[in-house]
Structures are given as C-alpha cells and as structure tokens.
Design a protein around this ligand. Structure first.
Ligand code: URA
Length: 434
C-alpha cells in the first residue's frame, strides 16, 4: 500500500477502506508517513468528506494507536463526560461529585487549558496540594474506594490524534465534522468508560458557532460511540455567553462549590442536572431522568455532593478545608469593579473575548509551557437580557498586575453590546441527541 495512492483516491472522491485507514494511521504514528503527505490527505478529506464507515474506521484506528485505559478492575458501569470546551466551564468539578454521590463510578481523564478555554486539571490545582499526576493504580483504587477520581493525561492515549490535531491546526483542516468527531471520540474510547455523556457547546464561545453544526457533530459522535459499543448521548448546550458567572480557575472552583451548596447560577445548575441525570441513568442508578434529577437534587440538599467533593480533594492530596472555606483558595491582590459606560439591555456578549480577558490576566496559557495564575479572572454580574445603567457594575475583576488589568478591562467592555428593547432569551439546553 502506498500513501500516494490513498491521497489520490480520496482526492478523486472515492471512499477509503478500513484497511487503508488502518495503514495510514499506524504508519503515520510510527513516523513512516511524512507530515506533508498527511497534510494533503487531511485537505482531501476536508473537501471530499468521509462517510460513516470511514469515520468509524478512523476513530477506532486512532483510539488503538496508543495506550487504552483498562478500567475493568472497577466494578459497575463507568461513565465519562466530555465537553467540547467553552468559557467558564467548571462543570466536571460540581458534576463529578454530584453523580458520584448517586453511586455512579466516575473515572475521568482531563486536560489542561490552552488558549481562551480553561482545563479541569488547572482548576482542580486551586486546592493546595491537589495532584492529578497520580498513577493508574491510585486512580483505579480511588474510584473503587470513593467513587471518583480525575487524573491528568499521563498515559499516551490516542497519539495518532495528538499528531494529527497539531497538523490540522496549522493546515486549516480542523473544522471538518468527521475529523473533529473522530478526534474527540478516539480519545474517549481510549479512556475506557462504558458510557459517554457529551456536552456539545454552541455559540460565540464554542467551537461550533452555529447550532445546526453542533447538532451534526453531536449526531456523528453519538453514532461513533454506539458503533464502538459504548452507550453514548449528547446534550447540545449554549455557549453564546460564559457559563455561570465566574471565569478563571479558583473563581470557577468557588462557583462550583457554591453550586454544591445549593447556590449555583441558574444556567450552570440546569446544565449539571441535564448532564447529571443522563449520567445517573447511563450508570444504571436510576430508571428515568426524573428519578435521576431527584437523586441529584437530594445530593445537593443533604450535602452529600459537597462532602464527596471534599473527600475527592483529600484523596488526591488537596486541602479539603477549602471546600468549606473558599477564602483558602488562591486570592488575587487587586479586586475591582468594571462599570458600564452604556445604558440598555445587554444584547450580546462576545463569549470568547471574556475567556481572552481571563487569559490576559494570567489565568490561561498562551503556550503549553506557560505558568498560569490560578487566582485571577472575572465574576460577571450581568448577562444577556439584563438591564444595565451607566456606572453599574458589569463584573468584578480579580488581578495581580495593574497593566494586565487595564488591558483586560478595556477588552471586556468592548465584548458587551447593548440595545433599547428587552430581548428574548434563547433556550439554554438546545436539545439531546441519542
Ligand atoms: N477537540 C478535539 O479534541 N479535536 C478536534 O478536532 C476539535 C476539538
């Protein structure tokens, strides 16, 4: 088999066989196919597309290209959750303990943040001493003991995707539905869970700006999960403005804690309940979504979810006292209000700009090697549809550097658009694909 022939075949619009896709992925992972040939193939796929069978074969080939996490030592159904990424997305930190306290096993691998979206691992490190660099044995033992563990990507999961994603990023071939779906699902399949609940974001802060594209992606990923024998469901949710109010690592942890105390923002609580009920049903702990929602609500009311978070933090070396006293989380030296210069109803917030403000303050990474400041970020007070007067606070900004604060503040104010008439708020949950 020759890569040249495969490129020509796809370029001319023919379908690749499973054997051809396996050859291409294994040889590329082994460094035997050069980046320039794979770039040409990605561009051919970008223009010619891939059918369902090709996409499934690509996903499986990438999932099999490295380590596969073996969770068979954990009893019961293991459920994973994955978000396509957004601004203020602290979901796993509240949702994991909520679902685990309903008896579902959460064995999750999470990543760090890059660019304007944050990563769960960074956020969790707001608990002093918390370590995600634990061994697979520690990870599995902890899930068996307390029902939840989140580890960093220490294993080499789907290395073919890692290589391919870096290549697509610089060859304008990221935004192809089949390539995105197979990239995400290959990593999920290698992570070993029996059931996968996907949170597909749509809007200005999301990868999929258009709702119809988010649904297409959701359907492709659900089909891929089912093909691979995993129970898979996708929730399509709004990311046209930040999720909840807090954006920034420790600030988001604080908001997740408040949510477990029963004081969470409405949109965030809705998301946790929607994803959580799917996870509890997929994990076999409830027969219906309604029953699952009741269990989750009880876990918050009775404090079991909050205690589960403290138990989880302690099991990974973090200080559990911070769960009950959030002043122990990293705090920024400068805390100021950002006041509105305009009056009216908020029509739009350019969501990724708010993520960039947090990045500018030091809360995100410009490159993989950047050190991040866990204490900085923003807490919004006004969201789309709210009425604001001149001088009223739009947000509180937390910073450690006056210069960065100035730049972020200016950018923040430009992200808001106002109008005269009250606007209709769109549904936060756009739909569920299963
Ligand atoms: N996230 C991924 O992991 N892969 C993509 O292709 C796009 C987003």
């Amino acid at each position: 088999m020759r890569m040249y022939d495969l490129i020509m075949k796809k370029r001319n619009g023919a379908d690749l066989t499973k054997e051809e896709i396996n050859f291409m992925i294994s040889e590329y992972t082994a460094g035997k196919i050069p980046d320039y040939q794979m770039s040409a193939m990605m561009m051919a796929i970008y223009f010619q597309g891939m059918n369902e069978e090709e996409t499934a074969a690509l996903t499986i080939a990438m999932a099999n290209s490295g380590d596969m996490l073996d969770l068979s030592a954990i009893g019961g159904t293991k459920v994973d959750k994955h978000s396509t990424g957004g601004v203020g997305d602290k979901t796993s930190i509240a949702l994991g303990p909520m679902v685990a306290s309903c008896g579902v096993k959460i064995a999750k691998m999470s990543g760090r943040g890059l660019g304007h979206t944050g990563g769960t691992i960074d956020k969790l490190e707001s608990f002093e001493g918390f370590s995600t660099g634990i061994s697979s044995k520690h990870f599995i033992d902890q899930v068996n003991r307390i029902g939840i563990s989140i580890m960093g990507q220490t294993l080499d999961l789907a290395p073919a995707d890692k290589k391919l994603y870096a290549l697509r990023d610089v060859t304008a071939t990221v935004d192809n539905m089949s390539l995105i779906a197979s990239s995400i699902m290959s990593k999920k399949l290698a992570s070993g869970a029996d059931a996968i609940v996907l949170d597909v974001k749509t809007g200005s802060g999301a990868f999929m700006k258009k709702e119809e594209d988010a649904f297409t992606l959701a359907k492709e990923m659900v089909t891929l999960g089912k093909h691979a024998g995993r129970k898979t469901v996708a929730v399509v949710s709004d990311m046209d403005q930040p999720l909840g109010f807090a954006v920034g690592n420790a600030l988001e942890v604080k908001e997740a804690i408040e949510t477990l105390q029963g004081n969470g923002p409405k949109d965030f609580v809705k998301l946790c309940m929607t994803l959580g009920s799917q996870m509890v049903v997929a994990g076999g702990k409830a027969d219906t979504l309604e029953q699952a929602e009741e269990m989750l609500a009880r876990a918050i009311e009775e404090g079991t979810a909050l205690r589960k978070l403290a138990e989880f933090v302690e099991a990974q070396g973090g200080n559990p006292a911070a769960v009950y006293d959030t002043s122990l989380l990293p705090q920024a030296a400068i805390v100021e209000e950002i006041c509105s210069e305009k009056e009216g109803y908020i029509e739009k917030i350019v969501c990724d700009e708010i993520g960039i403000c947090s990045l500018i303050l030091g809360g995100g990474r410009e490159t993989k090697e950047s050190e991040i400041d866990l204490s900085v970020g923003l807490v919004l007070h006004k969201k789309v549809g709210d009425y604001v007067r001149v001088g009223e606070s739009l947000a509180t900004i937390h910073a450690n550097d006056e210069k960065k604060l100035g730049v972020a503040k200016e950018r923040f104010l430009k992200a808001y658009t106002f109008c005269d008439k009250q606007i209709e708020k769109s549904d936060f949950i756009k739909g569920i694909v299963q």
